[in-house]
Design a protein around this ligand. Structure first.
Ligand code: HEC
Length: 192
């Protein structure tokens, strides 16, 4: 009975969070709700994850993948839960001495956001940059060894409402979050 009540409270909190926060934070709130026990957090947001996320950002930056000039196609209409307008690219880069596929997705939002206004000033409308990088065999075998990260435009990491930074095997084993949803794409990639 008591447990049931607690669950109800949790559901309400999650619902409130989803209603109050802008759509972009919906993913974070979802992940936060799933990361209830401290033991779950070892899959992402740990020191190794943060170090790797910084190296990944540097590699993408050095390869020129974060430059406006690289994003020639311009934004297109995106799919829930990511930005209403987005651009995504798939490349091969080297991180920490190992080559792997990287998929970068830029999400844009804001009053007046359109193909033209975003193309003219991406920084103004950029909301976040979500990235998947294919790591070495054994990193996460049952999930095709993808490393996930959600960055802001300056390379800092977004975090769940309870402060766990979004880098690593995000919400592994949980019914919602990056991995649970991307699994549905079969090969874990929706647009490629
Ligand atoms: C509820 C489902 C869902 C969740 C949760 C989700 N994504 Fe996605 N993601 C998608 C869909 C659908 C697309 C394709 C968007 C498009 O191109 O229109 C996508 C696209 C992407 C892409 C571009 C590669 C591709 O598959 O097309 C990356 C990178 C990405 N997501 C990263 C993340 C990260 C990191 C998280 C967690 C912080 C996350 N996603 C959470 C559904 C989801």
């Amino acid at each position: 009975m008591r447990l049931k009540k607690l669950c109800m409270i949790r559901v309400h909190i999650v619902l409130m969070a989803v209603m109050i926060l802008p759509a972009a934070s919906a993913i974070n709130a979802q992940i936060n709700a799933e990361v209830s026990a401290a033991s779950d957090q070892r899959w992402f947001g740990g020191p190794e994850d943060l170090e790797f996320a910084a190296k990944l950002w540097n590699s993408m930056s050095h390869a020129g993948l974060l430059e406006n000039s690289y994003r020639k196609t311009g934004p297109r209409v995106g799919t829930h839960p990511h930005g209403a307008l987005l651009e995504s690219y798939k490349e091969t880069i080297s991180v920490n001495g190992a080559e792997g596929t990287v998929v970068i997705k830029f999400s844009y939002r804001g009053f007046g956001a359109s193909y033209e206004t975003i193309s003219a000033n991406r920084a103004k409308f950029l909301e976040d940059i979500t990235v998947m990088f294919k790591r070495e065999e054994g990193y996460d075998t049952e999930n095709q060894n993808w490393f996930y990260a959600k960055y802001y435009g300056d390379g800092s990491l977004d975090a769940t409402p309870n402060g766990v930074q979004l880098a690593g095997r995000i919400a592994k084993g949980k019914p919602k979050g990056c991995i649970a949803c991307h699994r549905k794409a079969g090969d874990f990639l929706f647009a490629f």
